[in-house]
Write a protein that binds this ligand. Structure first.
Ligand SMILES: [Zn+2]
Ligand SMILES: [Zn+2]
Length: 280
């Protein structure tokens, strides 16, 4: 809740006129309790989780000839019933995790000093924070993912996420509830180290989920803008991790490829690529 009754009061406190974005934020959040603002994240993530995989699903079922051209594992075709089961099961995990999370969301945002008022952050501030969050997330996620491939953790937790050897949209969050909780830690750590505005917080979690859906989409589009991001792994890179399953200790990275390169966990993938190149 913004501690000003009117826009004029807010502008007087800012010492300048509000930008259009700040005026919109004032109109939206001025009378909204901070607790409700903190709950927005769960709703935003549920909408992205539901909507973003749909174009891939429609492509596979309405234009299979086009889909085949870009599909990473063209021999695997998931039925509509499997897609729906996957969505239902991942929602069954997501919702019970999100329920208790909503109770701690507000204290967590307070502890991590997330701001909710005015002024809104500048574009430069948002971009620099997102870069830090991405690097923190990527590094910690890499090591947690490696731990999830140790015998006990794989057999008891991570094997659920590897049930689909050919990922497709809704398989992104198809995982054991413990994995969903554990992998939220690297996503939260960045904002905990470098506090941000709540709008940046929403943006960061949205980008992280969209990136995760992109690498699980099952397609490699040559015109994808993600191809231009230096060291970005992408769908083809993570698809190989699922393709080889729990036995293949390759391609643990979630966003960038440098950790796999530094720690030598891309050897299987490089060997596979070299073999594919020889056959082609
Ligand atoms: Zn894995
Ligand atoms: Zn995966």
């Amino acid at each position: 809740m913004i501690p000003y009754a009117t826009a004029a009061e807010a502008e007087a406190a800012l010492g300048r006129a509000m930008t259009w974005a700040e005026a919109a934020w004032f109109r939206y959040s001025a009378t909204m309790p901070d607790y409700l603002l903190s709950c927005h994240n769960a709703l935003i993530l549920l909408v992205i989780h539901t909507v973003m995989p749909l174009p891939f699903l429609l492509l596979e079922h309405l234009a299979p000839a086009v889909a085949l051209r870009y599909k990473l594992q063209p021999r695997v075709r998931l039925s509509l019933a499997t897609f729906l089961r996957c969505y239902r099961d991942s929602a069954r995990v997501f919702l019970p995790v999100v329920g208790p999370f909503l109770l701690v969301a507000y204290p967590l945002l307070k502890i991590t000093r997330v701001r909710m008022g005015l002024p809104l952050p500048s574009v430069a501030e948002i971009l620099s924070q997102l870069v830090v969050y991405l690097l923190v997330e990527d590094y910690l996620n890499y090591w947690i993912h490696r731990l999830l491939h140790t015998k006990w953790a794989y057999n008891n937790i991570h094997h659920v996420h590897h049930e689909f050897t050919a990922p497709a949209g809704f398989t992104t969050t198809y995982a054991h509830w413990a994995e969903v909780v554990i992998l939220a830690i690297p996503t939260y750590l960045g904002p905990a180290i470098v506090p941000c505005h709540i709008t940046t917080h929403w943006l960061w979690f949205s980008i992280r989920l969209m990136e995760a859906i992109e690498i699980h989409c099952g397609y490699d589009f040559p015109f994808s803008p993600a191809k231009f991001i230096p060291l970005y792994g992408g769908a083809e890179y993570h698809d190989y991790h699922h393709y080889v399953g729990g036995q293949g200790h390759s391609n643990f990275a979630s966003v960038f490829k440098y950790c796999d390169y530094i720690y030598g966990t891309n050897k299987g993938y490089r060997y596979h690529k070299a073999n594919v190149a020889k056959v082609a």
